[in-house]
Design a protein around this ligand. Structure first.
Ligand SMILES: Nc1ncnc2c1ncn2[C@@H]1O[C@H](COP(=O)(O)OP(=O)(O)OP(=O)(O)O)[C@@H](O)[C@H]1O
Ligand SMILES: [Mg+2]
Length: 363
């Protein structure tokens, strides 16, 4: 869908090119994330694709057409752009901001209004907001307006420069999830820039790791980059917790679950003590097959010969098979339980253990 071949940009009055002979191919319908340290040429690369910056050399094609041969406005019609720092027009209402491209294209009022309402719905903002001004929205809401504006003319290609840069981590995670769910409906070709490697791993079908001068250090799916970094620059950029990061890409369903320290109601105190010893923990659970009632501690056994009349407690953290191994590890570490219970709805499936999780890290 997008092909950059030996693309170079040297800004006037600078000695070294900001982007030096970058070659990159982006397939239709995929999300490619450009990531790298500040100043490495990410924004410059993005802006060359829609010609907000003119390349000094090389060729760029979008959907088989040479972008240098197209009128800039014609090109941008097919490319939505979310700029770094959002860049909403402060004196225009939210509705008019979103309608920027439809207005440029001369759509009639009715069609534009209908499209704008469809978009606020898509990015999950209330319609009342359309008459407000950007200054009256939170940072996260403004980011969504930026995304809605870029989608207005339904372009097949979306360029997003740090689209979630200005918000706190929780809002950021929500916006990332929304983008993923939007993308599963819309199947756009998306080039997204970030300097946050975790965001790149979460959002990218493929991740391009760039170093200064737009030099492509590695271009591969996130799991491959994490398991097999191409060189020391990439390994260093990924950080020392590369193994743990990789866990976020693997679902719990990929590992063997342990039956867990689970006993039936009829079990004796002795059997419970033995079970706790076997797992090296001071608690056990009561249940049978796919039914799990809850857990109790060694102290709860005082005065009981069997588990018949033991009161159980509910699991605070209930994982499901689609959750990631990173979440499983987090649950194990924070709950002091050494294992984390996994359920499919109400069906108990087993326990994720540190041993099984770390087997995946080592692989
Ligand atoms: N108009 C310009 N004139 C001269 N140099 C420029 C211009 N725009 C960018 N540069 C330089 O080009 C290099 C790449 O800039 P670019 O904005 O692409 O970086 P970036 O990877 O997007 O960084 P950040 O993560 O900080 O946004 C930088 O060294 C920058 O100073
Ligand atoms: Mg930038």
């Amino acid at each position: 869908m997008i092909e950059l071949t030996e693309v170079t940009k040297t800004f006037p009055g600078t000695a070294k090119p900001a982007v030096d002979r970058l070659t990159l191919r982006i397939a239709e319908g995929e999300v490619v994330v450009l990531v790298g340290p500040s100043g490495c040429g990410k924004t410059t690369t993005l802006k060359m694709i829609n010609r907000l910056i003119e390349p000094s050399g090389g060729t760029i094609t979008v959907d088989g057409r040479d972008v240098l041969g197209l009128q800039a406005h014609e090109l941008r019609r097919g490319i939505g752009y979310v700029i770094q720092q959002i860049g909403l027009f402060p004196h225009k209402t939210i509705g008019d901001n979103i309608a920027t491209v439809p207005n440029l294209l001369g759509w009639d009022k009715g069609r534009t209004r209908a499209r704008v309402e469809e978009l606020v719905d898509l990015v999950e903002l209330p319609v009342e907001m359309l008459d407000r001004y950007p200054g009256e929205l939170s940072g996260g809401q403004r980011q969504r307006v930026g995304v809605a504006r870029a989608l207005a003319a339904d372009p097949p290609v979306l360029l997003m420069d740090e689209p979630f840069g200005a918000v706190d981590p929780i809002v950021r995670a929500n916006l990332q999830d929304e983008l993923l769910s939007l993308q599963s409906q819309l199947r756009k070709t998306i080039v997204l820039v970030t300097h946050d490697i975790d965001e790149a791993i979460k959002l990218g079908d493929r991740v391009a790791i760039l170093s200064e001068g737009g030099h492509l250090e590695q271009y591969a799916p996130p799991s491959q980059i994490l398991s097999d970094p191409a060189n020391p620059f990439v390994a260093d950029f990924l950080g020392s917790d590369r193994g743990i990061k990789r866990l976020s890409l693997i679902p719990i369903s990929a590992i063997q679950l342990d039956p867990g320290p689970v006993l039936p109601r009829q079990a004796t105190k002795g059997e419970a003590v033995e079970m706790m010893a076997r797992y090296g923990i001071d608690w056990a659970a009561i249940g049978q097959g796919n039914e799990l009632e809850g857990w109790f501690t060694a102290d709860d056994l005082a005065g009981h010969d069997t588990l018949e009349n033991i009161n159980t407690r509910d699991y605070q953290v209930r994982l499901s098979p689609e959750d990631s191994l990173r979440e499983a590890l987090d649950a194990v570490i924070t709950s002091h339980t050494a294992v984390a219970a996994v359920f499919d709805g109400n069906r108990y499936l087993g326990m994720a253990t540190v041993d099984e999780i770390s087997r995946e890290i080592v692989q």
